[in-house]
Design a protein around this ligand. Structure first.
Ligand code: F6R
Length: 612
């Protein structure tokens, strides 16, 4: 969602800010704006893309060593130039950019209107900057104190940056529930909503905590206070993102690059954790909680979207291998339904971004009820990684395409390791079988590599079905979450309606949709309920539906039934999702490209959903 970037130092701010906004484009947005402080606070903003903003300011004077910029994903007020950030205070001496939502903006706005303030935009953000001005004027306090007082009055989530005409060597930043990172260079600072705009300038960063205010002054030490006015010592961490990870590196789209990265990202997710020689799995991040997990009365997995699908695979894995009951909950439902939770429950929150508002809220709820909460996150230092008691990083590397691909398989790889680790400790799998399982998991990256070789064949299938209006995805057992994930990928990037179903459920309703125009993607790998899935294929064929089947290499039975077969290598049933997902990602990708859709930034979607 919204993106923030700001700079203070000796370089020209504009190129840093624009490049930073481009780096943040993947988060999803609908307008962009910039503010430079050069004697005056000058704001330029427009609806549309960062490139539109660049075009708009082309002939303007963009000089200045201090500035901030923003990409807005509309919440309060439509996406237009007026509602785009930055916003001025009434006296134009302050300007603000803001991610998040001020929930009590309506009463604050009425109060400010009654005190003579007028609003140009419909945003909740403008309320905050007028409030700060009002406090400075009426309480005769400086800007930092006014900001602190204002933040004690607002309810909601925010990551904000404020510039002040009267404080030309200072940037203020604050956060609550919305991420903010400060990069520390030599006599300069970079501020951003995630590390991607910072990484090419410095590896030293401070992740702000909730209810902190950073006072960032040129050539001075970073100062952090809380909104209750306590001084905090900034904790400097090292960034481990490589710049290459933020570039397309010859691929047409980030999504395609990320699909192709999966042999590496799955391997990285297992590195140092799967010890084939010793017959061991060790997830260092949750070592302290191993006993807790083994003795858990129940494991509850909470997540959204693709991460929720990974959670479903986790349910099958943990129940089958470690014999612990698992429930998988949408975070958005879990947080509002007063769930029964106790200290014997372990909650696992899964999130690529580590910033999903609903998942964060689910974590806080679970903690408040005494449950142990573990995280599986991709973004190091993210809010969810910090809000959980302990956790495991997926190490997939930055995922820039809005549609999640490599993060999903990395999450599944980590969940597989987790299930195996608990199983080994609990003794639910004989050691010899355990060894076989580890060996097969160890060769999965190579099998993913082999699976990627089907790309050209998938392109041809995509060309046949690119214009359909509806599609159905079916799978059973471990392949059921894969079907859900395949359907989600297709709808989010190609805007074709797609439904994922457990194959046997088809006859309870969706079968009514089947006719000669309906493509049905069936994951029909051998093992498990293979024979049953073949019956489901026959049911579709009897109604003239078109079958695209994901099969194991050389499966003549399904080849005799399906309209198209995509062959993937055979593996253990519990590892199937790591392979079967790949052709579905590629199918969605090619269909979306053929339909001229914006693959990396699909309409209306945001990469990290920081509002509920
Ligand atoms: C789908 C997708 C979304 C996310 C969901 C959760 O491709 O990207 O469905 O999976 O918004 O996001 P995270 O994993 O960041 O919590």
């Amino acid at each position: 969602m919204c993106g923030i970037v700001a700079y203070i130092g000796n370089r020209d701010a504009y190129p840093i800010l624009i490049k930073g906004l481009h780096r943040l484009e993947y988060r999803g947005y609908d307008s962009a704006g910039i503010c430079l402080l050069n004697e005056q606070l000058t704001i330029y903003k427009c609806k549309g893309k960062v490139s539109d903003l660049e075009h708009y300011v082309k002939a303007k004077n963009m000089a200045g060593h201090l500035g901030m910029a923003h990409t807005r994903w509309a919440t309060h007020g439509e996406p237009n130039q007026v509602n785009a950030h930055p916003h001025y205070s009434q006296n134009k001496k302050l300007a603000i950019i803001h991610n998040g939502i001020i929930e009590n903006y309506a009463p604050l706005r009425s109060e400010l209107i009654s005190r003579g303030y007028s609003f140009v935009s419909e945003t909740d953000t403008e309320v905050l900057i007028h409030l700060i001005e009002d406090i400075m004027t009426n309480e005769s306090v400086d800007l930092v104190e006014a900001l602190r007082i204002a933040l004690n009055q607002v309810i909601g989530a925010y990551a904000i940056v404020i510039l002040s005409k009267d404080n030309p060597d200072m940037i203020l930043a604050a956060r609550k529930g919305s991420p903010m990172v400060i990069g520390i260079g030599k006599d300069e600072f970079f501020i951003a909503s995630d590390a991607t705009p910072i990484v090419e300038y410095t590896n030293n960063v401070v992740y702000m905590d909730d209810e902190e205010i950073a006072i960032i002054q040129k050539e001075k030490e970073l100062k952090i206070i809380t909104i209750t006015n306590k001084r905090k010592t900034p904790y400097i961490e090292k960034l481990e993102i490589s710049l290459n990870a933020l570039e397309k590196e010859g691929f047409d789209h980030f999504m395609l690059k990320e699909i192709y990265e999966q042999p590496r990202s799955i391997r990285d997710s297992m590195r140092g954790r799967l010890h084939l020689d010793k017959g061991l799995v060790i997830l260092g991040g949750i070592r302290e909680y191993e006993q807790k997990l083994m003795n858990a009365r129940r494991i509850i997995i909470t997540a959204c979207g693709t991460s929720w699908h990974a959670g479903l695979v986790g349910e099958y894995l943990i129940e089958e291998l470690a014999r612990i009951p698992v429930e998988v909950e949408y975070s958005s439902e879990f947080r509002y339904r007063n769930p029964v939770l106790s200290e014997e429950d372990v909650v696992i929150a899964i999130s690529q971004s580590g910033e999903t508002a609903d998942t964060l809220a689910a974590i806080e709820l679970a903690k408040s009820k005494g449950a142990t909460v573990l995280g599986i996150c991709n973004v190091v230092g993210s809010s969810i990684a910090r809000a959980t008691h302990a956790g495991v990083y997926t190490h997939a590397g930055p995922e820039i395409g809005v549609a999640s691909t490599k993060a999903f398989t990395a999450q599944v790889a980590v969940l597989t390791l987790l299930a195996l680790q608990i199983a080994q400790k609990k003794g639910t799998i004989p050691q010899s079988r355990f060894h076989q399982m580890l060996s097969e998991l160890n060769v999965i990256p190579e099998k993913v590599e082999q699976t990627l070789a089907i790309n050209e064949q998938i392109k041809k299938i995509a060309n046949i079905y690119k214009d359909v209006k509806n599609s159905l995805y079916l799978g059973r057992g471990y392949n059921f979450p894969v079907a859900l994930e395949g359907a989600l990928k297709l709808k989010e990037i190609s805007y074709i309606h797609a439904e994922g179903y457990p194959a046997a459920e088809m006859k309870h309703g969706p079968i009514a949709l089947i006719d000669e125009y309906m493509p049905v993607v069936v994951i029909a790998t051998r093992k498990g309920t293979y024979e049953k899935v073949i019956s489901n294929i026959q049911e579709v064929k009897a109604r003239k539906g078109k079958i695209i089947a994901i099969i194991n290499t050389g499966d003549k039975t399904v080849q005799g039934l399906a309209d198209h077969c995509i062959e993937i290598p055979e593996t253990e049933e519990f590892l199937n999702p790591l392979l079967a997902t790949i052709p579905l990602q590629l199918l969605s990708y090619h269909i979306a490209v053929m339909r001229n859709c914006n693959v990396d930034q699909p309409r209306n979607l945001a990469k990290s959903v920081t509002v509920e």
